[in-house]
Design a protein around this ligand. Structure first.
Ligand SMILES: NC(=O)CC(=O)C(=O)O
Length: 336
């Protein structure tokens, strides 16, 4: 069997680890499902239908909220039980925009009261309302959050009854300078979060990271240690780092940690100051790209079989094989 891009793998029956399900396959979404190993046992599967909404983000906040709501409703109509939004989906990705578009985000909890739609947090209210109305788990990409005079890049996770189950503040700020290509300093306006975020949802245990967080394998390994099945990274790589690293880092995190990795980018907006790479993707625990798309607006539908996480860990028990006598990983990704 030959996998994409010429990787030669062992012989064995072709097996879909997680099949793409596309009642109406979105334009530009691509599926590449592959497996290099025969599934050793037909153990119970636990399938999760996910929609990854690569939204076109404009300077019009109200319009962005409307579009996000519609994408979530459409995904739910097509049977998704979990929907993912992009990083900074309610505003242009720029330090000028973050303070202007920022909202307050309440503390998570099963009874978290979420401000009514008329409040100063319209993006948060919409996400709470639509997740409850559609009965979906929602990983709400990220929005700028204002709290005690500081700004954060914050992802809200809502349960299928509309409560705010968790919030993750981007822990590694995107401060890079590649001369002649791209310079971006999130730290000019944003403050880094100081916690890792594991959330138990109806669809499984999620770990959350935002964009640049994906470059730090220690964080992903701590999530794996905490029993996370899917790490979701809303993210907006760019046209310099995207082609070089976007897919590689997703597959690396998935292989290292033997779990699903899902990314959700904004679509590329011609003429925008920040050119997002797009290519929202789902990767399986054997490092296989399950579904992806180009840089245009699209929803990627994918079915994840969470039983594959355990299977891959049985096949190759990295966790047990670590050499704690030679190295160790400290830190905490507390189980919820
Ligand atoms: N925008 C980010 O946070 C990260 C990014 O573009 C990169 O790591 O490259």
């Amino acid at each position: 069997m030959l996998l994409r891009r010429g990787l030669l793998v062992t012989r064995g029956p072709l097996l879909s680890l997680a099949s793409n399900w596309t009642p109406q396959r979105p334009r530009a979404a691509r599926t590449s499902v592959s497996s290099s190993m025969a599934d050793p046992s037909p153990a119970a599967s636990k399938k999760v239908k996910m929609a990854i909404c690569q939204l076109l983000v404009t300077a019009d906040k109200e319009e962005n909220i409307k579009c996000a709501r519609k994408a979530i409703e459409d995904a739910a109509k097509q049977g998704s039980s979990i929907v993912v939004l992009p990083e900074m989906w309610n505003c242009p990705y720029s330090n000028d925009s973050f303070p202007t578009y920022a909202e307050e985000v309440p503390s998570p909890g099963p009874d978290s009261p979420v401000a009514p739609a008329t409040s100063t947090s319209p993006s948060v209210s919409m996400m709470a309302d639509v997740s409850r109305q559609c009965g979906v788990t929602l990983v709400g990409g990220s929005i700028p959050e204002c709290s005690n005079g500081k700004l954060y890049n914050t992802c809200c996770v809502f349960g299928s009854r509309g409560s705010l189950l968790g919030k993750h503040r981007k822990t590694h700020l995107f401060d890079i300078d590649i001369p002649g290509k791209i310079r971006f300093m999130e730290s000019d306006t944003l403050t880094a979060g100081d916690k890792l975020t594991v959330v138990d949802t109806d669809v499984g245990r999620l770990g959350i990271g935002i964009c640049y967080d994906i470059r730090f394998p220690e964080m992903a390994l701590l999530y794996a240690k905490a029993g996370v099945q899917i790490i979701v990274y809303p993210g907006a790589f760019n046209t310099t780092t995207g082609p070089a690293h976007w897919e590689v880092v997703q597959r690396a995190r998935a292989v290292d940690c033997q779990l699903f990795v899902v990314t959700c980018s904004p679509a590329r907006q011609e003429g925008a100051g920040y050119q997002a790479w797009g290519h929202s993707t789902a990767v399986g625990p054997f490092g296989e790209v399950l579904a992806t798309c180009g840089h245009e607006q699209a929803t990627v539908f994918v079915e994840l079989d969470l039983a594959q996480v355990e299977r891959r860990r049985e096949n190759m028990p990295f966790m047990r094989q670590r050499r704690a006598d030679l190295y160790s990983l400290t830190g905490e990704a507390a189980k919820p």
